[in-house]
Design a protein around this ligand. Structure first.
Ligand SMILES: Cc1ncc(COP(=O)(O)O)c(C=O)c1O
Length: 356
């Protein structure tokens, strides 16, 4: 092979990527459990296994069918999800996890000169995608008590406003009336990320169709114990769906996740059972932590934001980690004295309390 000389000057290599990509930090996911027996309460996964019907759908899956390209819209899954949520199947758009939908929205609606509004603290991936698209990022601090700053987010006037309801890592949420009001105030898109809505017993789904700018995001990662499957979806009006189809990768959800996801969503009895157990444990764990001197914020999700009595959350995080319990610690201004703890099984929560 001829070894052609490299055109890039040795001392000043040109960057391969755009300036904003070179300058930004990559998103840092929560640590995976690298040892067996670790109690993993750091990524808000569901502590119970997926529905037996979902596992059965995986077993029954016809491997030979993988020869063919799948339905790019995963229509079978959309019909199953639509039946459960009582929305038209045409209003559903699938994603390789809901983070895939966040990327599609950012690619379609953000860019230089466009503004994305988020709150702080929140799911950091909105920020990451704002940076990728070189958008102006306006981060509106949550209220003193960590409730969502709805009026301030409306006033910020984003081309896209991302709001997780319930929010992570705080667990705070907003009622339908407030979210409807926010949608009515915005000229741009309002993305209501309902990753944790299964635990909140409330949803803003009814805004779709009533407000032309609302996109609801859902995932099977939390309420349906399928974080490893990678399946999420948006519920949105036709014109918004047509826009996002332009930035969607063509076959973003394969037939296996679609079939397993459809079976999981159809098994609502199992889903409700898991959610009820998590809610009961959330109440019990919140009381037990408060009894140990922690400040515990109200949570509508499957995790708790807590502050140890002495505020040294970093020390508690490291101590728990060395004893085989993973929780989430964020190095940001308002979060460095707090931890986010996912609700585990009763046994896992007992281990956590024991180690504390
Ligand atoms: C608020 C929020 N939205 C979206 C996601 C991403 O979920 P998925 O697994 O569907 O990509 C998470 C994951 O933790 C989350 O906390």
């Amino acid at each position: 092979m001829i070894d052609f000389p490299d055109k890039r000057p040795e001392n000043h290599p040109m960057p391969f990527f755009r300036d904003n990509i070179e300058a930004m930090e990559a998103y840092i996911p929560g640590a995976p459990a690298d040892e067996a027996g670790v109690v993993k309460l750091n990524q808000n996964e569901n502590p119970y296994p997926p529905s037996p019907k979902a596992i059965e759908a995986m077993r029954q899956f016809d491997g030979a069918s993988l020869r063919l390209y799948p339905d790019p819209l995963a229509g079978g899954f959309c019909r199953a999800a639509a039946a459960v949520l009582d929305v038209p199947a045409e209003r559903i758009l699938v994603g390789d996890g809901s983070d895939d939908l966040i990327i599609m929205i950012a690619r379609a609606a953000l860019g230089a000169g466009r503004k994305v509004v988020i709150t702080d603290p929140t799911f950091p991936y909105y920020f990451t995608q704002g940076l990728v698209e070189n958008a102006r990022i306006v981060s509106v601090p949550a209220q003193e008590d960590f409730s969502l700053p709805i009026e301030e987010m409306a006033a910020a006037g984003g081309d896209v406003t991302f709001l997780a309801a319930p929010n992570s890592p705080t667990g705070a949420t907003a009622d339908l009336e407030k979210l409807g009001w926010l949608a009515s105030q915005l000229k741009g898109l309002l993305v209501i990320d309902e990753a944790y809505a299964d635990f909140a017993g409330a949803s803003a789904l009814s805004l779709v169709g009533r407000r032309p700018n609302v996109i609801i995001l859902r995932t099977l990662s939390k309420g349906y114990s399928l974080a490893g499957l990678r399946l999420g979806f948006a519920v949105l009006d036709g014109p918004l769906k047509n826009g996002l189809l332009k930035t969607k990768s063509i076959y973003n959800v394969g037939p296996l996740p679609a079939a397993v996801g459809a079976a999981a969503m159809a098994d609502q009895a199992y889903h409700r059972l898991c959610v009820e157990k998590i809610l009961a444990e959330r109440t019990r764990l919140a009381a037990a932590l408060a009894g140990r001197g922690f400040t515990v914020w109200p949570s509508a999700a499957n995790f708790l934001m807590v502050r140890p009595g002495d505020g040294d959350a970093g020390a508690v995080y490291h101590r728990l980690k060395s004893r085989g319990v993973l929780v989430r610690y964020f190095h940001t201004d308002r979060m460095r004295d707090k931890l986010r703890i996912s609700i585990g099984t009763r046994q896992e929560n007992e281990i956590l309390l024991g180690k504390l």
